[in-house]
Design a protein around this ligand. Sequence first.
Ligand SMILES: [Zn+2]
Ligand SMILES: [Zn+2]
Length: 234
Amino acid sequence: MRLAAIGALPLTIERLLITHLHSDHITDVNDFITTRWIQGFPPQSLPIVGPEGTNQFIENTIEMLKPDIGYRTEHHSDLPSPPELEVKETSSGIVLDDDQLRITAALTDHKPVHPTIGYRIETEEGSIVLAGDTVPCDGLDELCLGADVYVQTVIRDDLIKQIPVERLQDVIGYHSTVEDAARTATKAGVKTLVLNHCVPAPSTTEDIAQWIDIASKFFEGEIILPSDLERIAV
Ligand SMILES: [Zn+2]
Ligand SMILES: [Zn+2]
């Protein structure tokens, strides 16, 4: 739904990369699968890559969609079969390598959620790392080494620590703080650090400036905290 809001329609998306199976990262996968299927003339097969457990998750999703798939295949003669999905589970290594694109995965650390992976995507124009939820770790360092852009989900532990609720405190142990992300960026020599999936979400321009200011104490490159649906060019 969010991709559609910026005009990135499902058919323009060639593959789906899943970092981990936390609900806030996957519950809309069913919309993506369904919309891409019913908008394809003819429907296109969808490659999906994710960590161990992804096969089961996709099977469960298709099971949940069964009545809907039944309605549509019965109603549309040019939609005779269910969505075609090519699921590949991986922990590390090359996910895709052709003359235009190279995608590498590596294990990250979001324990007790395990296994989790991050991705590095490389084209002739540059490289970008989609780290997902993780604390600093060797796999993340490997992915980030010399990358142009490093996108990291981040939290502000200094703010969360002020809220005396155990469940919120639990969030701290398995996410990168802004400082962690900035240190990873410096260690790897990346050019641009993009902060996203911020907890707690900054709501004002001043808040955003504060997040960037903290990161800039530990990283001298470009730092961006985009708003949701914003396109960034670096
Ligand atoms: Zn997560
Ligand atoms: Zn998350």
